[in-house]
Design a binder for this molecule. Structure first.
Ligand code: SAH
Length: 346
């Protein structure tokens, strides 16, 4: 299947004119696609709809097949089905300043981090740009009120490693910020990576202007290698060098994610080492309670230890927060809802 949201407006225009229809139909089709409509629901001649169907095009990059809403904070978790029946998950989080969607970039993941459920069965396949975009479009449609756009911010932090799917992820960045489409400012988009250094530099050179978030999770290579296989390829110093380059090019402060694993990376010594590592770099550190993943068996640090760690970072002048946990009543851990959905538990 070919996902219509993969194409720019110009490309959609070409598809429409090749079918023999008038070019203005492209605007109707494009607007319908970005409203999250199915082909049947868009006001188009039957002949064009038939053409598109016969050529293997689909308007729906993803279909929402399951949704749970938190009673505590309104967070919604979604399961999306792709045209080939693979499923992925996404999350909508509601904040005072707007709504943030967390989207996936791959089905599964190759990175195999010790705490993460997404990589349990390895990488299944990359998502296309349109399949990433379609998660935003579908959730916008599901949450629209008074014609206001539901989603203001996007984090590429669902399943998958976005920089391992570089071309589709960056095409997505171009599409989602296109004035003709959703017109979401790149400043409101964050990309989270386990630290693929060459790709970080390329992202800086290509000037996407998004916020870069690094899943660091350790202050040195020895500890990082225990939980993140990618640490065998890139050391923490390579990462610091790459993000410094990103900052110099983009002027955007770097965000580090640091999931607190009990007894592994949560000592005061680790906080000291982390402070030294990021010294002089404009950055912010998010300390995260580890979500328990039963197949992985790693436990989070307790709240006391997390607070102590934070205090030590602050004492050293490092900007940091303990990330507020959202939707804790609706299946916490990353990738867990998808696993439950696949195994028929929900
Ligand atoms: N591959 C990218 C983005 C997807 S993971 C990356 O590594 O950044 C999104 C974030 O969730 C990462 O910071 C990841 O380390 C974190 N994460 C994964 N499993 C987790 C768990 N069980 N508890 C807490 N954070 C987790």
């Amino acid at each position: 299947m070919k996902v219509l949201l993969d194409y720019t407006f110009e490309e959609i225009k070409n598809i429409v004119t090749q079918s023999g229809e008038a070019a203005y139909r492209a605007t109707q089709l494009f607007d319908g696609l970005y409203r999250g409509a199915k082909l049947d629901e868009i006001n188009l001649p039957k002949s064009l709809k038939n053409y598109l169907q016969n050529e293997g095009y689909t308007a729906q990059g993803v279909e929402i097949v399951h949704c749970v809403e938190s009673k505590i904070d309104g967070t919604k978790k979604y399961i999306f089905k792709l045209w080939d029946n693979n499923v992925i998950e996404g999350v909508l989080m509601k904040y005072k300043y707007g709504n943030t969607i967390c989207v996936s970039t791959q089905v599964g993941c190759r990175m195999n981090c010790a705490f993460c459920a997404s990589g349990l069965n390895g990488l299944v396949r990359n998502l296309s740009a349109g399949e990433i975009l379609s998660q935003v479009v579908a959730v916008n449609r599901d949450n629209k009120s008074d014609n206001k756009r539901a989603i203001t911010n996007i984090v590429l932090m669902g399943s998958g490693e976005p920089l391992d799917n570089y071309d589709n992820t960056t095409k997505f960045l171009r599409l989602v910020s296109d004035e003709r489409g959703l017109n979401i400012s790149r400043r409101n988009v964050s990309l989270s990576t386990c630290g693929l250094c060459e790709k970080i530099k390329r992202l800086a050179d290509e000037n996407y202007g998004i916020t870069l978030t690094i899943s660091l999770h350790a202050p040195n290579d020895e500890i990082r290698k225990k939980i993140m296989p990618v640490a065998n390829k890139y050391g923490v110093n390579d990462i610091i060098q790459a993000v410094r380059y990103y900052f110099d090019k983009s002027g955007r402060r770097i965000i580090f994610e640091y999931s607190m694993v009990g007894g592994l990376n949560d000592s005061v010594e680790c906080a000291e080492e982390l402070s030294r590592l990021v010294k002089g770099l404009p950055c912010h550190i998010n300390l995260i309670r580890l979500n328990y993943v039963k197949e992985k068996g790693l436990n989070s640090s307790d709240d006391e230890r997390i607070k102590k760690f934070k205090l030590r970072l602050e004492k050293n002048g490092v900007s940091c927060t303990i990330r507020r946990s959202m939707g804790s009543d609706i299946d916490g851990a990353c990738g867990q809802l998808r696993r439950k959905y696949i195994s028929g538990e929900v």
